[in-house]
Design a binder for this molecule. Sequence first.
Ligand code: UDX
Length: 465
Amino acid sequence: HTEMEKAKITHHQSHCLALAYPTQGHINPMLQFSKRLEQKGVKVTLVTTKSICKTIHFGCLTSIPITFETISDGYDEGGLEDVESIQAYLESFRLVGSQTLMELLKKISRSGFPVDCIVYDAFLPWALDVGKKFGLKGAVFFTQSCAVGTILYHIHKGLLKVPLLESEILLPGLPSLEPSDMPSYVYDLESYPAVFKLLVDQFSNINEADWILCNTYYELEKEVVDWMMKIWPLRTIGPSIPSTYLDKRLEDDKEYGFSIFNPNVDACIKWLNERSKGSVVYVSFGSLAVLDVEQMEELAWGLKKSNCHFLWVVRKSQEAKLPKGFLDETSEKGLVVSWCPQMEVLAHKAIGCFITHCGWNSTLEALSLGVAMVAMPQWTDQSTNAKYIMDVWKLGIKAPTNEKGIVKREAIEYCIREIMEGERGKEKIFNADRWRILAKKAVDEGGSSDMNIEEFVTKLNLIKA
Ligand code: UDX
């Protein structure tokens, strides 16, 4: 270590290794949480896999004072194209990941500033076993809502049988749910058995974790958080969104967070700056969801029919599904980009509503930046998030599907008009703003999430002392 590095080390007290599951929707919240820990004086080493690092857009990380390290999932050379099945990938990640995590911990230890605690994504329970071998503390980090966590916990314990038999699901702290409100794996066990196992296994060794952290905020999920806190030392630490956006200090230096894809920042913001307040429909389905050709067409023509301005993120891999002639016909009204700086977009005053797949990060970002939503859930936890958006938090509507599960263009147009023009829209926008204020309060000094992070850091420092 240089003298400067040593000075920095003494300034920090504890050292956390934050291990993220290697996808956009998991690395970003872990990175944002790491930044909050750093702000409170903890040193953080953020770790993900070598294979995903090949695709990371590093420009977004230059302003972040966090150390990066990698471990291996067994696919370093060929990358993720070589993965034969999800099951094979997860198995390889568990074996090779455990081994390379041990090596990394030894390497860090030799550097003179050993790790005190592993903060690990709930998808990687084996990281806790590795940490315990080294005598470290362990904090599991959930990147889904507490409601979804509770559903999966009940399945794990055998308290909720799958495939579901009942038509109304009643669980503590949750509203009455229909089967279609459940995470997709619960009613569609066959499609992705390895993912279902991954989700349920999040709870396999949870009783050995020293902390259970959830990327949500207390005010948002009070009932279910209260219930979970009866069984576990659960703490809410979210929303994992930089204060620059929550405070709408948009003229400040930007923090784009982590991105797998390269965002068209200037093009998006310049275009939004030219639009009037609340006039733009923002459309994005996150980093993984794949719409089929028919759904893409219906969405495209629905946007056109609405006659609103729109900013639509269509990832490179999905571009060929855009209907012929669509870009030319809508060039006056719309901007289609392959990736955008989503937090900055949602915080922009031109945005009037968000057509979303309801991934947990997108949901939290819209809630925290006060944007009303049109929910078009695709799979995994998104149907449960959509139920909450519509019926619990009441800041959005769920787009109706036909018998084939497609949202037709008329439905798209109707939902956009409801939010942008209707009386119902005014109520949703009002509620969205309420959630924004509560989100900001939660992470501001003395707020519920801030206090929980403070408590976590204090306890870590006490152990260290
Ligand atoms: C996945 C799952 O789908 C989600 O349900 C789960 O809870 C977490 O992991 P993903 O599908 O990618 O993630 O969606 P989401 O959780 O919404 O995360 C997407 C992230 O990418 C958000 O943080 C969003 O801000 C960011 N994003 C998206 C961009 O930065 N630019 C874009 O153009 C689109």
